[in-house]
Design a protein. Structure first.
Length: 471
């Protein structure tokens, strides 16, 4: 018997785009800051293309600016947002995101729809009145131009600017943010205070400001074209400072069809691609490669293209990711073999032990927070301890799969030394020689306050190290 379809009260609300995103943000508020664990990944199914785009714009703005929105809402809330019923918190965050970050939404429409939805899901009159009052006060906060549009100005690190990424800021009528620079930076860029404090200690004030603002920018879609077997089309692919990369500048709706027609080209930031390229000077000719944390198979595909004679055993703990890999990579790379995580060690021994193990390990994602806005909210010392312990377990597992003289390629999309240089040093202590390494900080092509920027220079942050086992 098929399970009964689960319906939400939002399914019957007239404004489906806003209803779905209010509902979704309520789910997220219930688990914040662990946003990845929120339920219903198919929350936008059934929406028209236009409604889905609108709902995602609200959701993305709310998640990217969550802590800043929470701070501003708490200025008027008697009960802090964190202690408010999650369904009501979701309404406040969704409406606040529209008021402050979506130019084309009339403020009164954002307020009215929030109150109507709260009433629709059974909120008491007093709660609806509170929502109305708090949101109307929020509409009075940003400066607007003569046409009523939100006033965007070059960002200055002041108490009345909300940075938007790309060097721009939303100008406020009042200085509302904390006077102390560390807490203010954490608030206006929506980072946990502990993460900002850690960056200040590791990188200093100037670099920390750049890192924090970078997480608010909109990253371009970068393609790896190093292994393209035929000329690339004009018009849809822009230049990148990495000669093996291009920036997608064509219609967003055409990207999927383009990639389906060109299996020799795939989405991969230049920093991610460089992780595998540091192997080049080592002169490897591997017979067996293990990709121990293959994910969706981006680096799997890259290694299969670099070493077409090698058998590539691609493993992951998530079966859905392996299934994606089977569909998208294996038809074009017949020597790639997806292997469930519990069986990869046995598979490596049967294949003759590995000459190369790629460890693209789970990490804090601090180099890609512009792409993974939800990840910055999870950042904490406890998370870092858990991740570094997991990384060391995977390193030990990789070492046991290697043939004598084999190579571990360790990579992350993190900028944290504990996950990068210190882990490379741990591998070296196990009887390895460091042969190559590269650390890259996120780069957006602009500096705070400058505005503009060039997508051709965009890079994620990340780290890679190649280490050869003695013997």
């Amino acid at each position: 018997m098929e399970p009964a379809e689960t319906r939400s009260p939002a399914d019957d609300f007239q404004d489906q785009a806003r209803a779905r995103v209010f509902d979704r943000l309520g789910d997220l508020a219930a688990v914040f800051p662990q946003l990845e664990t929120a339920p219903d990944p198919h929350w936008d199914e059934g929406l028209s293309e236009q409604d889905a785009a609108f709902a995602h714009a609200i959701l993305n703005a709310a998640v990217r600016h969550w802590r800043c929105l929470s701070f501003l809402l708490n200025l008027r809330l008697k009960t802090p947002l964190e202690q408010t019923d999650p369904s009501i918190a979701g309404v406040l965050l969704g409406a606040g995101a529209q008021i402050l970050f979506l130019d084309r939404v009339p403020p009164h429409a954002a307020v009215d729809s929030a109150v109507d939805f709260a009433r629709f899901i059974g909120a008491k009159p007093g709660v609806c009145g509170m929502i109305n009052a708090v949101l109307r006060r929020l509409t009075e906060l940003p400066q607007r131009d003569r046409e009523g549009k939100l006033l965007r100005v070059p960002w200055k690190f002041t108490q009345d600017h909300i940075p938007l990424g790309g060097g721009e800021a939303l100008a406020l009528k009042f200085a509302v943010f904390p006077p102390e620079k560390g807490p203010r930076l954490a608030t206006v860029t929506s980072h946990p205070p502990g993460l900002i404090a850690r960056w200040l200690e590791q990188f200093g004030p100037e670099q920390t400001v750049k890192l924090a603002e970078h997480t608010l920018c909109t990253p371009p879609t970068v393609l790896n074209v190093e292994h393209a077997r035929s000329p690339l089309p004009d018009g849809w692919l822009g230049p990148h400072t990495d000669p093996n990369a291009r920036v997608w500048i064509g219609p967003p709706g055409n990207l999927r069809a383009f990639l389906a027609s060109r299996p020799d080209v795939w989405v991969q930031d230049a920093t991610s691609a460089e992780a595998c390229r540091i192997l080049g000077p080592l002169g490897l000719n591997p017979r067996v490669i293990v990709d121990l944390c293959a994910g969706r198979g981006t680096k799997t595909r890259q290694l299969a293209s670099m070493y077409p004679e090698a058998t590539v055993l691609a493993s992951d703990t998530d079966e859905s990711r392996l299934e994606d890999l089977r569909r998208s990579v294996c038809p074009h790379h017949p020597k790639v073999r997806p292997v469930v995580a519990d069986m990869v060690s046995d598979a490596a021994y049967r294949a003759g032990r590995a000459d190369l193990v790629l460890l693209d390990v789970p990490c804090s994602n601090t180099g890609v927070l512009a792409r993974r806005a939800e990840a910055k909210h999870r950042a904490s010392s406890l998370q870092l301890e858990r991740l570094t312990a997991l990384q060391r377990d995977l390193i030990q597992k990789a070492r046991n799969m290697l043939a004598p003289g084999g190579v571990i390629l360790y990579s992350t999309c993190s900028i944290d030394p504990d996950e990068n240089q210190m882990q490379a040093e741990f591998i070296r202590s196990l009887g390895f020689e460091l042969r190559a390494s590269k650390a890259t900080m996120p780069h957006s092509g602009w500096a705070p306050g400058e505005g503009g920027g060039k997508v051709s220079t965009y890079r994620d942050g990340g780290f890679a190290a190649a280490l050869r086992m003695f013997g």
